[in-house]
Design a protein around this ligand. Structure first.
Ligand SMILES: Cc1cc2nc3c(=O)[nH]c(=O)nc-3n(C[C@H](O)[C@H](O)[C@H](O)COP(=O)(O)O)c2cc1C
Ligand code: SF4
Ligand code: SF4
Length: 284
């Protein structure tokens, strides 16, 4: 009886959740999805398999969906997923079910956890959304919920989280939803990052870049155009000088130059960069 939890994390929220799950679930190995990017297929060995990832544009991150398609899940009699999010509606599990159904599998359990948003530094109301009091409250609520999630997973129960609507948001018009999902994907594929005069050439952005897109040239980061971004926002959130900015575009104004940054307090830049290294031996 062993379990593999496959995770992806940009500002540390999902890695923190994966580690907390591991504490409550014996014989569990954490496997970073980024370390599997170049593998032609991923064959699980655990009798239970979990996925923990951030919600991107109401959905699974593109990279998670791409890797999921390569999974062979014959060993697993129980499959679960946990999405962490900032607070919009969650449609990630619909997508995930579609990919799993094509393999003759489905999600036995899925859960959504609301945490501080890793893109909040883009928006005008950053200081309302990201402040110590709110971060502490969300962490306490998340840990309480996680105890129940651990119990459900330990007993291999079926569970479909019903709290998939937005937090403090009016319900979404179902006719508009496909448009919102497509626009979110379009926006994500066009994010442009740059470093400003505060950059000290420390190289942390290059280290945490999960796509190896950033290269330091003469002590300045270059975002290589020919490398696909994973939209993890680690470069933006882990730069100690807050020198990484997101460029405004015709469809949104970026407030990153005015705002602070967010990453989970228990997850370091080394932890984020560690996702590029496969755990040895890979099991689960
Ligand atoms: C590119 C991108 C898109 C995001 N889209 C959403 C979204 O649609 N809804 C939401 O509630 N949160 C969204 N978020 C916030 C993250 O889902 C949330 O902060 C998550 O906990 C981050 O986890 P991580 O630190 O493990 O990456 C987005 C974050 C990023 C980087
Ligand atoms: S992490 Fe920030 S300060 Fe360090 S090299 Fe990158 S942009 Fe410059
Ligand atoms: S460029 Fe930034 S957002 Fe894109 S993969 Fe690298 S660290 Fe993540």
């Amino acid at each position: 009886m062993n379990m593999g939890i496959y995770y992806f994390s940009g500002s540390g929220n999902s890695l923190h959740v994966a580690r907390e799950l591991q504490k409550g679930l014996p014989q569990t190995t954490l496997i970073p999805l980024v370390s599997l990017l170049n593998q032609p297929s991923v064959v699980t060995t655990g009798d239970a398999v979990g996925f923990v990832f951030p919600q991107h544009g109401w959905q699974m991150p593109v990279m998670v969906d791409e890797i999921l398609q390569k999974f062979e899940l014959h060993s697993a009699s129980y499959i679960f997923a946990v999405a962490t999010r900032g607070g919009t509606p969650c449609r990630a599990f619909l997508e995930m079910e579609k990919t799993l159904n094509r393999k003759g599998r489905n999600l036995d359990a899925y859960f959504v956890l609301t945490m501080p948003g890793s893109t909040q530094s883009l928006i005008k109301t950053f200081h309302e959304k990201i402040n110590e009091e709110r971060i502490a409250r969300l962490e306490t609520e998340m840990l309480t919920r996680l105890k129940e999630i651990v119990r459900i997973i330990r007993s291999r129960e079926a569970y479909h989280d019903e709290n998939l609507d937005g937090v403090d948001m009016p319900p979404v018009n179902h006719f508009m939803e496909p448009l919102v999902l497509s626009l979110a994907r379009l926006a994500e594929s066009n994010f442009i990052f740059y470093s400003d005069a505060k950059c000290k050439g420390c190289g942390i952005c290059e280290k945490v870049c999960l796509a190896e897109k950033i290269k330091l040239v003469e002590d300045h980061p270059i975002w290589q155009k020919n490398v696909k971004c994973l939209n993890c926002f680690s470069c933006l959130n882990y730069c100690p000088e807050m020198a990484v900015q997101l460029k405004s575009s015709w469809y949104f104004k970026s407030y990153t130059p005015q705002n602070g940054r967010y990453h989970h307090s228990q997850i370091t830049a080394d932890d984020i960069a560690g996702q590029k290294i496969s755990p040895d031996p890979v099991s689960g």
